[in-house]
Design a protein around this ligand. Structure first.
Ligand SMILES: CC(C)(COP(=O)(O)OP(=O)(O)OC[C@H]1O[C@@H](n2cnc3c(N)ncnc32)[C@H](O)[C@@H]1OP(=O)(O)O)[C@@H](O)C(=O)NCCC(=O)NCCS
Length: 157
């Protein structure tokens, strides 16, 4: 079993399915105002995309029992890769180590799924915080650009 993922304050960081109890708190997750060029103004947008599209699966990020963020994932049959999107840690919870632990938890979850050989995501080249995080986690550029965003991938053994 892998070790528990904790933020810098010692809170346990986990991913949880959206349910009747937590969906409101997940929907209310919001980035800082200056980050709205990079992600939606509210995670509610991503929750609706997951519900309507049938492509993405949203998950709540919890620190102990507090909802602190949103992530989502999908499998793309065209490039045979899992994709991560909608990564938002609430403005009030950023810089505490939650984002890194949430990404580690999601990579672990996806790597246990069938046919997971590669995990992809994309980010704006101006989003230096996200770029540093993804690079530190081992994501490397594929050379592709989608909607002006740099596509990176992590190979999974
Ligand atoms: C990017 C984001 C998910 C990181 O979450 P977080 O909980 O703040 O990140 P952590 O505290 O776990 O920090 C992890 C790493 O991210 C990087 N990072 C995060 N914010 C940063 C900032 N403002 N400037 C520089 N680096 C930053 C650092 O490399 C940091 O590593 P360190 O702990 O060694 O300094 C969060 O800032 C966020 O939600 N941003 C707005 C939405 C967004 O841009 N999502 C990504 C879209 S692709």
């Amino acid at each position: 079993m892998s070790a528990a993922l904790t933020d810098r304050g010692g809170r346990r960081v986990t991913l949880r399915a959206v349910d009747d109890d937590n969906w409101r708190a997940i929907a209310d997750i919001a980035p800082r105002d200056d980050q709205r060029d990079f992600v939606a103004a509210l995670a509610a947008r991503y929750l609706l995309l997951s519900m309507r599209g049938g492509v993405w699966t949203s998950l709540g990020v919890l620190a102990d029992e507090t909802v602190v963020g949103h992530v989502m994932w999908a499998y793309d049959e065209d490039d045979e890769a899992y994709w991560i999107g909608g990564v938002v840690i609430d403005a009030s919870e950023q810089g505490k180590g939650v984002g890194r632990q949430a990404m580690l938890a999601l990579i672990q979850l996806l790597s246990e799924r069938p046919n997971c050989r590669e995990i992809r995501l994309s980010y704006s080249p101006r989003n230096t915080g996200a770029a540093k995080l993804y690079e530190a986690l081992g994501f490397a550029p594929t050379g592709e650009v989608e909607d002006d965003e740099i596509v990176v991938r992590l190979l999974v053994e």
